[in-house]
Design a protein around this ligand. Structure first.
Ligand SMILES: *Cc1c(COP(=O)(O)O)cnc(C)c1O
Length: 401
């Protein structure tokens, strides 16, 4: 069977590629040539595996959610990425890429961040590896996510507030790329999701693929077969979703359902649902689906969830969604808030508001009682408690809590 993967030019179908300014050609080509041999080397693998185990805390548990299963009439298992060090799946990727950066002889690391989760995960591994760390973050997000800014600074990173554009994630990405252009020799750009120019979407998907690699043996242990009937994840840039589905993309027995952020609704201007509302274009070095005006200006994304607030989508998902391999649902703010409260009250797990989008799809799907559903809880909700409380009225509309 032919395995689904990126082609030699960095494309997934017609999406992907590396659209970068000339000054970055060498950087990007060096990385394209270096990443596979490094990631396939025994030295990398053993260092990576040992950090995942002892530093991140993997394998993350696969938890049978009994009360939620009863409620939705299926056998629901939660993949607990929320229990990782720093509270989300993002650390799987930063731990791997920092090893890659070191092997490539880079001494300075830059990264973009929206909510600050990727910034914290990057600052964390830079502290661990004694690397210089500079984080680009929109001024709006610096104010909204102050605790994460303090965490990054405590970890030794320099945080640069970005004051161009809407001063959010998309502008932080652009600022990071500009910095990279000025320091191409010594700097490693540590991208936080399955986005950006080739090879980043492939690197990040491979780093996160540990999620589905564990699912194989965990399911075998728990249900006697190594595949589920459904895989569900939320999708911002697409990294936790890519990791969740990676080893099942070619397996037609497995249905894939992803949740993107509908914001106030896909029929309003206040949405981040790129797969529903986007059109083909180029954003941050890749051809993909983009929310843009008719004349190609990038539009601002809106959602209650800072981690899903991106007007693009990873090229792999643009391709898989357009080909029908992924079913993508847009989940609105109120539906996510409700789903977050529901998991909290039924299972005692407060999910990140991003992950709550994935949970909200359960209501919209029809299961058979024997269906095995695996849903990735991408992160924990400690960072979102204020948002949940402030917007509790949204969940009340559904007559609960
Ligand atoms: C950043 C983040 C996301 C969205 O990013 P992906 O690359 O789409 O996974 C989802 N959940 C949590 C908890 C996050 O921190």
């Amino acid at each position: 069977m032919k395995k689904y993967q990126v082609d030699e030019n960095g494309f997934f179908g017609k999406f992907g590629g590396a659209y970068v300014p000339e000054i970055l050609y060498k950087c990007v080509t060096d990385l394209q040539n270096a990443y596979r041999p490094i990631m396939e080397s025994e030295e990398f693998k053993s260092e990576y595996e040992s950090l995942l185990k002892d530093y991140v805390g993997r394998p993350s548990p696969l938890y049978y959610a009994k009360r939620m299963s009863e409620k939705y009439g299926c056998r629901l298992y939660l993949k607990r990425e929320d229990l990782n060090h720093t509270g989300a799946h993002k650390i799987n990727n930063t731990v791997g890429q920092i090893l890659l950066a070191r092997k490539m002889g880079k001494t300075r690391v830059i990264a973009e961040t929206g909510a600050g989760q990727h910034g914290v995960a990057t600052a964390t591994v830079c502290a661990l590896m004694n690397m210089e760390c500079e984080i680009f973050m929109g001024q709006t997000d610096v104010q909204r996510q102050h605790t994460n800014v303090e965490r990054m600074r405590m970890l030794g990173a320099r945080v640069h507030p970005v004051t161009t554009g809407n001063m959010t994630l998309s502008d932080a990405c652009s600022a990071a790329i500009r910095d990279w252009c000025c320091h191409p020799e010594n700097t490693y750009y540590l991208v936080g999701s399955t986005m950006g120019p080739h090879p980043y979407p492939d690197i990040v998907a491979k780093m996160q693929s540990v999620i589905s690699q564990e699912l194989k043996w965990q399911l075998k242990e728990k249900i006697g077969r190594d595949y589920p009937d459904y895989l569900i994840a939320c999708i911002g840039g697409g990294s936790n979703a890519a990791g969740t589905i990676y080893h099942y993309i070619d397996d037609d027995r497995v249905k894939i359902v992803l949740a993107e952020a509908g914001g106030k609704g896909v029929d309003t201007p206040y949405t981040a649902a790129t797969i529903h509302c986007g059109t083909e274009g180029i954003i941050h070095g890749a051809r993909t689906l983009v929310m843009q005006t008719d004349d190609g200006q990038i539009e601002q994304a809106f959602t209650i969830s800072a981690g899903l607030d991106y007007p693009g989508i990873g090229p792999m998902h643009a391709d898989l969604a357009r080909k029908g391999r992924e079913k993508v649902l847009a989940i609105n703010d109120d539906e996510a808030i409700y789903a977050g409260y529901e998991l909290t009250r039924l299972e005692g797990i407060i999910p990140a508001i991003e992950s709550a989008h994935a949970l909200a799809t359960l209501k919209k799907l029809t299961f058979k009682p024997e269906d095995v559903v695996v849903l990735t809880v991408s992160g924990r909700g400690d960072k979102d408690v204020e948002t949940y409380l402030k917007n509790k009225a949204m969940a009340k509309e559904y007559g609960k809590f």
